[in-house]
Design a protein around this ligand. Structure first.
Ligand code: BES
Ligand code: MN
Ligand code: ZN
Length: 497
């Protein structure tokens, strides 16, 4: 997608479609709309009077060959109530128009945001378009593999020349966030036969070369040398070997402590010997979403040239049943030396994260955030609409909550009380990996807490938000990549805790 910026009157844009973002109105008060109404011989008045388009969220209307305008057509996109206008209004409206053929069957378009001058509105508009128009065609053949959307150049037109630089910066930032979120969607949607731990590691190495960060991959021997017994216990059942992927982006002085991101990379979760039921098991190809988010976030940090040091840790394995698989009741020893009774081999995410959180201490981090499709119960707590978060540092939690407000990737904090910590103690080993269903989103975090070092820590459970079943304006049906914009925003606004 080529992005351009121009100051002037949107009526001068020629050779494509103009998207007009319009807040709900019952009288035409906006100067541009009034002008548009005049040159289009009252088209706006007609739309308004007929009730066809009043600027409600989700509404779209097209005015063809508007006189006085050089554009072929104007597409009006409703933003909803003016007093409730925020960045997500633009994200949703742009997501809605991303499905309009009058926009996507023509190579060029202009976006006109009216008098909206907030940077985040421009950022959200490009995010909404790029996220809404995402389509995975890789696994189709023939006609089905042809991308029908030919739009490849968007010009942001603003009335005021002085804001042009700011608008460009905001739009470029939005483009990077959306493209990285779409990368997460591709990886999460890619089935496990096309994305084994080794193939995910190869992808990470390729992205590292392209975007200028380092990527080190520990193979099964190096993992054994690191004594990552919890990760190895999950990998035991699989024929595909595990990989522990280490990403390092350096955007600040060498001595500056990094922010470490840890992502669960289970490329397929069958449950192991504690086998999952067959219904919907295919969704478990996306049990590496956390790792993909970490990879995408480090790519974004590099592309945004953030002035921070960022480390990404991706423990990556399959969770398979077989003759060599870990069995319920087996006791394993984690990298940290703590023993774990594996009550349920389907509670594997916390095992691989345990070793990664322990390994994170090696980097002397200023903070560690882990992100994982960890518990089905996350969906029970918050439904599809938000991700539970837990942690040990109120300032870090506030950062994550602020990022959630800015990105509309909602989070809600749950408590880790001592009672939950007690729940995770084993009668014969130091810990067990499952207390069963009660509070399982929280007990998972209480388990992880045993493996963190002396650092501020936040845990984000994205199991409730990783799949979209129906399709929403900027979230097509399928894997959502939710969590990426959240972490990128945390890093973008980072300052010492
Ligand atoms: N990957 C699953 C969690 C999951 C479930 C993610 C559904 C997305 C959708 C995780 O490994 C798991 O199986 N968790 C168990 C833990 C239980 C055995 C304590 C769960 O949540 O049922
Ligand atoms: Mn599992
Ligand atoms: Zn899992």
């Amino acid at each position: 997608m080529k992005l351009k910026y121009s100051a002037g009157h949107v009526s001068e844009f020629r050779g494509g479609s103009v998207v007009f973002f319009v807040a709900q109105y019952d009288r035409i008060t906006d100067r541009q709309l009034k002008e548009l109404d005049e040159v289009s011989l009252g088209a706006i008045t007609t739309l308004l009077e007929s009730g066809e388009f009043t600027g409600k969220m989700g509404e779209v209307a097209t005015i063809y060959r508007p006189g006085g305008y050089q554009a072929d057509r104007i597409i009006l996109a409703g933003l909803g109530e003016r007093k409730r206008l925020d960045a997500d209004s633009y994200r949703k409206a742009a997501g809605t128009v991303s499905g309009v053929k009058g926009l996507t069957l023509i190579p060029r378009a202009a976006f006109y945001l009216g008098r909206a001058e907030k940077d985040e509105f421009f950022q959200a508009a490009i995010e909404g378009y790029l996220l809404g128009s995402f389509k995975l065609l890789e696994f189709k053949t023939g006609e089905g593999a042809v991308r029908k959307n030919v739009l490849d150049e968007i010009t942001f037109v603003v009335g005021n020349k002085r804001i042009l630089n700011r608008v460009q910066k905001a739009v470029e930032r939005g483009r990077i966030a959306a493209e990285c979120q779409n990368l997460v969607r591709v990886l999460a949607s890619t089935p496990s036969n096309y994305l084994t731990p080794r193939l995910l590691a190869a992808q990470a190495q390729k992205l590292a070369r392209t975007h200028g960060f380092s990527c080190r991959v520990l193979d099964e021997k190096a993992i054994a040398r690191e004594k990552m017994g919890a990760l190895m216990s999950v990998a035991r059942g699989a024929t595909e070997p595990p990989r522990f992927i280490i990403l390092e982006y350096r955007g600040a002085a060498k001595g500056r402590k990094p922010i470490v991101l840890v992502g669960k990379g289970v490329t397929f979760d069958t449950g192991g010997i504690s086998l999952k039921p067959g219904t919907d098991m295919h969704f478990m190809k996306s049990d590496m979403t956390g790792a993909a988010i970490v990879l995408g976030t480090v790519v974004a940090a590099a592309r945004l040239k953030l002035r921070q040091n960022v480390v990404g840790l991706m423990p990556t394995t399959e969770n398979m049943p077989s003759g060599t698989a870990t069995k319920p009741g087996d006791i394993i020893t984690s990298r940290k030396g703590l023993t774990i009774e594996v009550i349920n081999t389907d509670a594997e995410g916390r095992l691989i994260l345990a070793d990664a959180l322990d390994y994170a201490s090696e980097f002397k981090p200023q903070a560690v955030i882990d992100i994982a499709t960890l518990t089905g119960a996350a969906l029970v707590v918050l439904g599809y609409h938000g991700a539970p978060i837990m942690g040990n540092n109120p300032r870090l939690m506030k950062r994550v909550k602020d990022a959630a407000d800015a990105t509309s990737e909602k989070v809600w904090e749950l408590p880790i009380w001592d009672e939950y910590r007690e729940n995770m103690k084993s009668s014969i080993a130091d810990l067990h990996n499952s207390y069963g269903r009660p509070g399982s989103t929280i007990t998972a975090a209480a388990f992880l807490e045993n493996f963190i070092g002396d650092y501020p820590w936040a845990h984000v459970d994205v199991a409730s938000v990783d799949v979209e079943r129906a399709g929403r304006p900027y979230v097509p049906k399928g894997m959502t990549g939710v969590g990426l914009r959240l972490l990128v925003d945390v890093l973008y606004n980072w300052k010492a805790l």
